[in-house]
Write a protein that binds this ligand. Structure first.
Ligand code: ADP
Ligand code: GN1
Ligand code: MG
Length: 368
């Protein structure tokens, strides 16, 4: 048994699943945490999500879990008060036998368990406009539900997470250090990012000028971070709460557009297939605004296209930095995958620049 298998076994033993465990299987397509589905033996067939929190991404799992517990308990109360089903509409942390918020294995890995939400699915692409709209309503509603959450109690689990200026600075450092000699393979991509230095300040300047407010936001709003109910087709539960922090509403909007308003996978190698779909952009805009329930200010609405452009540029820069420094952050299944991901993001970012006026007009129309 190797070390990874051993710590997985330790983690399974650390939790009480209410019945003997029958199966533990790697699950999902997340790039960051290690996720497993646990099933107990029939006749119970209880299901759980068991996750090792990424040590590369999160230096303080205790703070991550304090945030996740605080937010899920708050959401649970709100959902119950509104007559909803708190077992399906929010995650709930299941504590290890020790009673702590998570379990630490013999190598220092941090593990947590959530109930597996059944009869709901995560999607890698917006197969239908309705699906994309459902995710938009769910992420907008998520932001609205957390409107009154005491932001000062949240830890910054990844410092400067959506600080696009800092992401560019980190890319420059990686290019200068070039530890693996990979910079020579990505000259055009590096040049693309460097040419957009001014853009990197667009939202941060607005924040500093008091034009955009800080809110409690999700910060990782890609389509596969919302579970879609298989009967109703609605976005039943927003998951992946590790980066819930004070942030910009436009980034939550923008990250969803980056990932979902196209018809390609994030690592598509045929760039001719990579394009912004303005109809999907329009559908998401209306649904997100509906979900936020009119809470956004006029400036936030006006800056929504910037959210899309910046999240796309920033994500490309993050993939490129990870490619240059050895793929230690985003999980890869093949060599060069983070460079392919960079290329799709930059192609989409360029498309957004080319359709800038149309994006603005669509947002203005949706805001009515
Ligand atoms: P990562 O940070 O690596 O993206 P996630 O928390 O998003 O990790 O989980 C990865 C995947 O596991 C999700 O995309 C989803 O498919 C699945 N998943 C996570 N939590 C649940 C849950 N409570 N019920 C059902 N599926 C889940
Ligand atoms: C990661 O964890 P996951 O796979 O949902 C990343 C996001 C990126 C995304 C790109 C904590 O999301 O910021 O936008 O990959 N999450 C973290 O697909 O870094
Ligand atoms: Mg995820």
């Amino acid at each position: 048994m190797n070390a990874a298998e051993h710590t997985l076994e330790e983690a399974v033993a650390a939790f009480d699943f209410g019945a003997p465990v029958a199966e533990v299987k790697r699950y999902g397509s997340g790039h960051v945490n290690d996720t497993f589905r646990v099933r107990t033996r029939p006749p119970h067939d209880r299901r759980f999500i068991l996750q090792r929190i990424s040590a590369a991404a999160f230096k303080r799992p205790d703070q991550v879990m304090a945030n996740v517990i605080g937010v899920t308990e708050y959401l649970g109360e709100k959902i119950r008060a509104a007559g909803g089903d708190r077992t399906r509409e929010t995650l709930e942390v299941i504590r290890p036998r020790s009673g702590a918020g998570y379990y630490t294995d013999s190598l220092g890995g941090a593990w947590r368990v959530f109930p597996f939400i059944r009869n709901a699915h995560c999607f890698q692409s917006a197969r239908t406009p309705e699906l994309f709209a459902a995710s938009g309503r769910a992420f907008g509603r998520f932001q609205r539900l957390l409107d009154g959450y005491p932001a000062g109690t949240l830890y910054e689990t990844i410092p400067r997470f959506h600080d696009t200026e800092d992401r560019l600075a980190k890319l420059k450092e990686a290019v200068a250090a070039d530890p693996l000699g990979r910079a020579k393979d990505c000259g055009p991509e590096i040049a693309f990012a460097l040419a957009r230095e001014r853009d990197c300040s667009a939202a941060l300047d607005a924040l500093r000028a008091g034009k955009l407010p800080l809110r409690v936001t999700h910060n990782d709003t890609k389509l596969d971070n919302v579970l879609i109910d298989e009967i109703t087709g609605e976005g039943i539960c927003v998951i992946d709460l590790d980066t819930v922090m004070p942030g910009l509403s436009i980034n939550d909007f923008g990250d969803s557009i980056r990932f979902g308003a196209n018809h390609c996978s994030e690592d598509e190698t045929d760039l001719s297939r990579v394009a912004l779909d303005l109809d999907l952009f329009s559908v998401y805009t209306g649904a997100f605004l509906e979900g936020t329930g009119g809470a956004l200010t006029d400036n936030e609405v006006a800056y929504l296209p910037w959210g899309a452009r910046l999240m796309t540029l920033e994500c490309g820069m993050r993939f490129l930095t990870d490619y240059l420094t050895g793929d230690s952050y985003f999980r890869i299944d093949r060599p060069g995958q983070n460079l392919d991901r960079t290329r799709t993001q930059f192609k989409l970012a360029r498309d957004m620049e080319d359709h800038w006026d149309e994006m603005g007009a669509i947002v203005a129309r949706a805001a009515g």
